[in-house]
Design a protein. Structure first.
Length: 276
């Protein structure tokens, strides 16, 4: 039981950042094989369709502006020139859509790197040397009581780690799927009636990308709130470990609950950042 108590205390005092560290990976670096499939699919299947869409958008745009050309030859030339220039920009944007998405992911990666460095997420709390003495001073009944008290926050922390792992996998899967169709929404930016589709896509992509930063920030906040190692080392000699845990039980309950709430809300926070 003593080893179980020490394991649970260490798990509560420091979050295992192994899963969230992968959030800083680029799409290519996270899974090169999947990324190659995505880029090949985009080049061979999606990009030609995007070219067709741009052609249709060009025709619709010319038809929409046709009413402004009647009786004014000079205005007609300007409108046609502007429409052709817009179409050329759309073609260039569609062909380089991967570059735009990489730029969005790069912003997210930079934010994650700064959070990891400043918040020291990889730090693992060191339990005080007197912990063995504190645990040894408890009898079998007190040890069972400690395990029961620590079980609930420990399970919440464990569940939070599982949820984060699932969310990291789902986030990368979502980014890969959206990247495969990158040029198609860009093609819709050329017409006022379909422009919102392209903008919505870019906002959605940015939100999914930035969710990595909000997840990392959630873990950073937890690592600061949950590090009770200093308090544990200052337990008075006349106080047992059980009584100290009871008196400070909110320090064990609130951080895991806060972490769970933050990681579940991370997607909503990311959407708010891009105005979605």
């Amino acid at each position: 039981m003593k080893d179980i108590i020490k394991y649970m205390l260490k798990a509560l005092a420091s979050f295992d950042a192994t899963d969230v560290n992968g959030l800083a990976d680029s799409l290519k670096g996270h899974n090169p094989e999947v990324y190659k499939i995505v880029t090949d699919l985009h080049s061979t299947a999606v990009l030609p369709i995007s070219a067709v869409v741009i052609s249709i958008v060009l025709v619709l745009e010319l038809a929409r502006n046709a009413t402004h050309m009647e009786g004014d030859h000079q205005m007609g030339v300007k409108i046609i020139a502007a429409t052709m220039f817009k179409s050329a920009l759309l073609v260039v944007a569609a062909q380089n859509s991967m570059m735009f998405l990489d730029a969005i992911n790069e912003v997210s990666t930079k934010i994650i790197a700064n959070i990891t460095r400043d918040a020291n997420i990889d730090h693992h709390a060191t339990l005080p040397e007197n912990l063995d003495d504190l645990v040894n001073d408890t009898d079998l009944g007190d040890q069972a009581g400690l395990i029961m008290m620590l079980l609930f926050p420990f399970l919440i922390t464990l569940a939070a780690q599982i949820v984060i792992k699932v969310m990291v996998i789902f986030r990368f899967a979502e980014l890969y799927i959206m990247t495969a169709f990158a040029s198609l929404p860009i093609a819709f930016l050329g017409h006022p009636d379909t422009k919102s589709m392209g903008i919505s896509y870019l906002q959605k992509y940015a939100a999914v990308s930035l969710q990595a930063a909000t997840l990392m920030m959630s873990v950073a906040l937890y690592s600061k709130f949950a590090d009770f190692s200093d308090k544990l080392s200052s337990i008075p000699n006349n106080q047992t470990l059980n009584s100290w845990v009871v008196n400070n039980y909110t320090d064990f309950i609130l951080p895991p609950v806060l972490l769970m709430i933050l990681i579940i809300s991370s997607g909503k926070f990311a959407k708010a950042l891009v105005g979605q």
